[in-house]
Ligand binder design. Structure first.
Ligand code: NDP
Length: 340
């Protein structure tokens, strides 16, 4: 049973050598006899999420999930097939999603898993558009941004799992949408596939405040922040009065050894009456049914675009996960351990 283990707690930028792909021959791939409430899973798709980096340190700011344990497999959102079950709620052949170990097969007692109801869409989508990334985009846009027709809307890490969806939601709501991303290829996708009004490669810009002024001469009404740091500071300088900022993630800060870089423009939150509201999808799980009512028809009718970046095989897992922090992924990064 191949696994991806955390070797040691990570300091700063994670390296592939902080993770280890190993084989654990001691795990029995059979259900324990005379024990009920257990399932044997064949793991299919594993989601790569920036927040997994936080769990690679012993303690992290605002810890809301346990850190990974050195010597144990990583844990993340995944999609699995039930191959054996002594649990009344799960049958052989069911597809499930939830937090699973980064390994080929798992024996799980009292599983906290959700049975996948809609199997007419690719199952890998439950790692992204139909899972955490989709819910995050949905909650952030519809519950936090208060965006309305004609608003000037900016989203960072726009070609990623969350960003690509946020931009499309904003376009559907009639906003003028600009995204930032870290390569020409991503910028082209934003403009030509996801229908953004404009996009730029932030890595080619010297002065982000001036860049944003160029793209938003009249200022920004809504910023969906996926990166924090310098970009957030430059956005603050370009916000309009009574603008709104959805604080979704701060991926530029996850690997810093120091305190987060200074945000010099923070006092503008007061002077411009800007609302900054943080959120995690986790506090809005009750909205899943509403979210599915919106997103499933859009997917089935091909009214929303969605790009996945699939690493084939568990061995590719470490590189895929760490690639999130240098922007190697184009779209939603996931690992296909096996296919359905
Ligand atoms: P992405 O698919 O967007 O992958 C991460 C991207 O971040 C990379 O592709 C890269 O794109 C960009 N990036 C990496 N390092 C930096 C940096 N130093 N500065 C600027 N950009 C950087 O990931 P997700 O869509 O899964 O997540 C996006 C954000 O949403 C993250 O901050 C994540 O933590 C957050 N999140 C929040 C949740 C919530 O409930 N609030 C839930 C899920 C995610 P590029 O090439 O453009 O640099």
């Amino acid at each position: 049973n191949k696994q991806v283990l955390l070797k040691n707690y990570v300091d700063g930028f994670p390296k592939e050598s902080d993770l280890e792909v190993s084989s654990d021959a001691t795990i029995s791939l059979e259900l324990p006899k005379n024990e009920s409430g257990v399932v044997l899973l064949k793991n299919l798709y594993l989601s790569c999420d920036p927040m997994m980096r936080n769990r690679m340190t012993e303690t992290y700011l605002g810890a809301y999930m346990e850190s990974f344990k050195p010597g144990s497999p990583l844990v993340g959102v995944g999609v699995s097939e039930v191959v054996e079950s002594s649990h009344p709620d799960f049958q052989k052949g069911d597809y499930v999603t939830g937090y699973i170990n980064w390994e080929e097969f798992s024996v799980v007692r009292n599983p906290q898993l959700t049975k996948i109801q809609h199997t007419d869409v690719p199952l890998s989508y439950y790692t992204g558009i139909l899972g955490m990334a989709g819910m995050t985009a949905y909650v952030g846009f519809y519950e936090i941004c208060s965006a309305k027709k004609g608003d000037y809307f900016f989203v960072s890490a726009a070609a990623g799992a969350v960003g690509q969806l946020v931009g499309q939601f904003a376009k559907r709501a009639g906003c003028y949408v600009v995204g930032s991303a870290g390569s020409k290829e991503k910028v082209d996708l934003l403009k030509n596939k996801f229908g953004f009004d404009d996009a730029f490669n932030y890595k080619e810009e010297q002065d982000l405040t001036a860049t944003l002024k160029r793209y938003f001469p009249d200022g920004i009404d809504v910023y969906f922040d996926n990166v924090g740091g310098k970009m957030l500071d430059a956005v603050l300088a370009n916000m309009r009065v009574q603008g709104r900022i959805a604080a979704c993630g701060m991926v530029s800060q996850y690997n810093s050894l120091q305190e987060p870089e200074g945000i010099y423009n923070m006092s503008l939150v007061i002077f411009k009456s800007i609302k900054i509201l943080g959120f995690t999808f986790y506090h809005y799980l009750h909205l899943y049914p509403k979210f599915y009512d919106l997103i499933l028809p859009l997917l089935r009718e091909k009214k929303i675009e969605y790009i996945e970046d699939i690493a084939e095989g568990l061995e590719k897992g470490p590189a895929a996960l760490l690639g999130l922090f240098s922007g190697k992924n184009i779209g939603k990064q996931l690992v296909a351990v096996a296919h359905d």
